[in-house]
Design a protein around this ligand. Structure first.
Ligand SMILES: O=C[C@H](O)COP(=O)(O)O
Length: 235
């Protein structure tokens, strides 16, 4: 299980990079679950850290963005939120267009919101099928409304294990997020995602606060401990 930490700028990226993360994600938490930062920040962070870490970029929600800016070619992956898409007809084509505008080397991420009823976003089965059609390399489960409980408030452990298997069956990496805390890691280990993605758990105060070096180190230590438990059980 790799640790991804979401950061909002160059300073936070440096804190994350120097304190044991496996992946860096760029997003602006004041702009929602998958809020975009700016293209200037994308450039700065990708240029500085892409050789050490896979860097993902959040592009915001499909319904609200213009997607005029193309991310740097060295970006590892890009993701787009699909809130309010459930009742629209054109969203699948629009998402395809967004991804086709990106450099071909960049991994596409399909995002399923666990609180799909709050996000008015498409269901899991639809997104799993689309993920295959659009050749997405990563399937992320996250929450849209960060005030409405964490991912386990919306999906049972049994359901998440099933989903994880269905994603593995289409040869796609599985990332799990949604206000995860250190205390959730035993449950998370039962799902065994390829990527565990956090922000709130490693910030000073709320997820809109600054990322904290000590919190990143301690989250990573707990995650590695759980990974060791998994490998001991499977050997
Ligand atoms: O990509 C992951 C998200 O930034 C997770 O944020 P969160 O841990 O505050 O829910």
């Amino acid at each position: 299980m790799q640790l991804l930490v979401s950061v909002r700028n160059e300073k936070e990226a440096t804190i994350a990079a120097q304190n044991g993360v496996d992946r860096i994600d760029l997003k602006e938490p004041n702009q929602g679950s998958l809020g975009a930062t700016t293209s200037v920040i994308w450039q700065q962070v990708v240029e500085q850290w892409h050789q050490g870490f896979p860097i993902s970029v959040a592009l915001g929600e499909l319904h609200e963005a213009t997607y005029g800016d193309v991310v740097p070619a060295e970006t590892n992956s890009v993701k787009v939120g699909l809130s309010r898409c459930r009742t629209r007809n054109d969203w699948q084509q629009e998402l395809k267009n967004v991804y086709e505008r990106m450099p071909a080397s960049i991994t596409r991420v399909m995002v399923y919101y666990a609180d799909e009823h709050l996000a008015e976003s498409p269901d899991f089965v639809t997104l799993l099928r689309l993920s295959q059609q659009l050749l997405c390399g990563i399937f992320l489960i996250d929450t849209f409304d960060k005030s409405a409980g964490n991912v386990f408030a919306h999906l049972s452990i049994t359901r998440l294990i099933e989903m994880r298997k269905q994603v593995a069956d289409i040869d796609t990496s599985f990332a799990l997020a949604g206000s995860l805390r250190t205390t959730d890691l035993q449950l998370v280990a039962r799902i065994n995602p390829d990527i565990v993605a956090v922000r709130g758990a490693v910030c000073h105060g709320e997820r809109t606060g600054e990322v904290c070096a000590g919190a990143i180190q301690s989250f990573q230590a707990s995650l590695r401990q759980q990974s060791i438990c998994i490998s001991t059980q499977t050997n």
